[in-house]
Design a protein around this ligand. Structure first.
Ligand SMILES: NC(=O)C1=CN([C@@H]2O[C@H](COP(=O)(O)OP(=O)(O)OC[C@H]3O[C@@H](n4cnc5c(N)ncnc54)[C@H](OP(=O)(O)O)[C@@H]3O)[C@@H](O)[C@H]2O)C=CC1
Ligand SMILES: O=C1O[C@H](COP(=O)(O)O)[C@@H](O)[C@H](O)[C@H]1O
Length: 515
């Protein structure tokens, strides 16, 4: 949330969860609901109807919920009495979403629960199912009039939202027949991350930064989202999507908009959204030569990661042995507006890299005249590093005198680390809360999704016509040399992500400085 959290607990609701026992539900959604419930951040009167084709007794479903929370929740779990109160809200209906038959039964169950719990037809429909089923489900919800309510109705829809602009538009047209745009909550889980939400606060609550947040003082911006995991069990999806669709079209572009947008006139979803859209509209487009010059795609080969040998992407289960899919993307983008003219925005993201690290680095320009001479006869740049994962915090690199006789100038870092006693709220916790409160600030609106695809599609098309665009990198390293060259050519280099040394802070009240 950008504004002071408003805990509006006036909202009893029924959540209809498609994919009610799937991986996302188990790992993310049940623990999120549990935290919200435990912390009193949602109305105590709510019910969840989980859906799936598998036949399940209610008790069996409640056991799945309980085991998932015990395994994945960031909070310690409750007494038996508290468990019973939480699990009592969970119900299960078996239905195949592609067939009409089950929807009437679903409707009856929802209406029954609304009566039993005195819930005024506030309905949250959550689509945690395969994207190919999204459109059908939404049409059928309308057909059986589950979308006709005397309270509110909202649709939460998971990624990916289409696989290119035409498919995203077709999906959007279909769901728009049942839900208004302001009732649609498209998830980009990066927008639920604490430090991604914090980007705006750091910018707009600190005059120090905002005054310098432009091309006069910033030389370049770097976004890194590196992962150690490989394709895992998701080859069927990932080999079609590639890193460009999987990470760049959504998460990376969203981070870029948060870093680059103008201050909104108000902290309202529409005002913020308008500014983000302007950034997307200002991104410099592509010619074929541009793609070759400013974009890099790579695929991992076998390598050593955390002491173990890991196979090449082409040797992974269910990946075709000649796959030309990319597992790494890096690029250099420009935002052609007054604020950012000439400032490169570099990004890189990939799987099977040497470390898990997500961060944004703002590199400031040097002083006009260097009065000091250090070993390299050069001053280190000021860097503001916004650390998103695994640490959540900030690091600010400055130059200072090294204690002692000689006037030696060395870089020092001031650090801040979010350090909640029970761990930071998970992205899904924050997003589910906002959806239940009707706050769309951290959800992507249709025109953002549409502009993002229109920006990405030309890159995809050019790559699809040219297999030579693919380069290779060894698993466990930092990615292909070509990604380093992108910056070297401009006289820069990637910041190497480092763990924060300080773990200060209670509720952001204190900054710990460590030379
Ligand atoms: N898992 C994750 O970490 C993430 C997932 N997502 C997105 O979330 C969504 C769900 O992913 P995930 O949970 O991993 O998928 P899973 O395959 O684990 O779960 C999907 C569930 O949907 C049910 N299902 C499948 N077909 C039908 C059908 N015809 N009718 C009714 N139910 C059906 C299945 O239950 P049954 O077999 O009983 O029918 C299954 O449990 C996808 O859109 C994915 O892209 C996004 C980000 C992360
Ligand atoms: O959306 C996705 O994100 C994850 C990375 O998320 P993170 O929160 O761990 O940074 C990525 O592994 C996955 O491929 C992608 O679909």
């Amino acid at each position: 949330m950008l504004s002071q959290p408003q805990i509006d607990r006036q909202n009893p609701f029924v959540m209809v969860l498609f994919g009610g026992a799937g991986d996302l539900a188990r790992r993310k959604l049940f623990p999120a609901l549990y935290s919200l419930h435990r912390n009193g951040w949602i109305h105590p009167r709510f019910a969840v109807v989980g859906l799936g084709r598998s036949a399940r007794e209610r008790q069996e479903y409640q056991s799945i919920v309980r085991e998932s929370v015990q395994k994945y929740s960031r909070l310690d779990t409750d007494t038996e009495q508290d468990w019973a109160a939480f699990l009592n809200r969970f119900h299960y209906v078996s239905l195949d979403v592609t067939e009409e038959t089950g929807y009437q039964q679903l409707k009856q169950e929802v209406e029954r629960l609304e009566q039993e719990w005195e819930i005024p037809q506030n309905r949250l429909f959550y689509l945690a199912i395969s994207p190919r089923l999204f459109g059908d489900v939404v049409s059928r919800l309308k057909k059986v009039k589950l979308t006709e309510t005397n309270g509110w109705r909202r649709l939460v829809i998971e990624k990916p939202f289409g696989h290119d602009y035409p498919s995203a538009k077709a999906l959007n047209d279909q769901i728009s027949q049942s839900f208004l745009e302001e009732e649609i909550y498209r998830i980009d889980h990066y927008l639920g991350k604490e430090m991604v939400q914090n980007i705006e606060v750091i910018r707009f609550a600190n005059n120090l930064f905002e005054a310098m947040w432009n091309n006069r003082y910033i030389s370049n911006v770097q976004i890194t989202a590196s992962e150690t995991v490989g394709v895992g069990e998701r080859a069927a999806y990932y080999d079609q999507a590639g890193a460009l669709r999987d990470m760049v079209q959504n998460h990376i572009l969203q981070i870029v908009t948060m870093v680059a947008m103008e201050p909104p006139s108000r902290l309202k979803p529409e005002a913020i959204h308008d500014e983000k859209v302007k950034v997307l509209r200002s991104l410099r487009g592509w010619t074929e030569a541009d793609v070759a010059k400013r974009m890099v795609r790579g695929q991992y080969t076998a390598g050593l990661l955390n002491g173990s040998t890991v196979p090449a992407y082409r040797e992974e289960e269910d990946v075709p042995p000649n796959s030309a899919n990319e597992t790494f993307v890096a690029g250099k983008w420009y935002i052609d507006n007054f604020r950012w003219s000439g400032v490169p925005f570099y990004f890189r993201t990939g799987k099977r890299l040497g470390q898990k690290a997500t961060e944004v680095v703002i590199q400031f320009r040097g002083v006009p005249q260097n009065l000091y001479f250090n070993k390299n006869n050069d001053l280190a740049p000021n860097l503001l590093v916004i650390k998103i994962n695994p640490d959540e915090g900030l690091s600010f690199q400055m130059n200072a005198k090294k204690p002692g006789g000689e006037m030696e100038v060395v870089p020092i870092a001031m650090e801040f680390c979010n350090n909640y006693e029970e761990g930071s709220p998970e992205a899904y916790e924050s997003l589910l809360h906002d959806a239940l409160e009707g706050d769309r600030t951290f959800f992507t609106h249709w025109d953002e999704v549409s502009l993002a695809w229109q920006f990405i599609d030309p890159i995809r098309n050019i790559w699809d016509q040219n297999d030579d665009s693919l380069c290779f990198y060894e698993a466990g390293k930092s990615g292909p040399q070509e990604a380093d060259d992108l910056l070297f050519k401009d006289g820069f280099s990637w910041n190497t992500p480092q763990r924060l040394r300080s773990h200060s802070v209670v509720q952001g009240s204190e900054i710990n400085s460590k030379p």
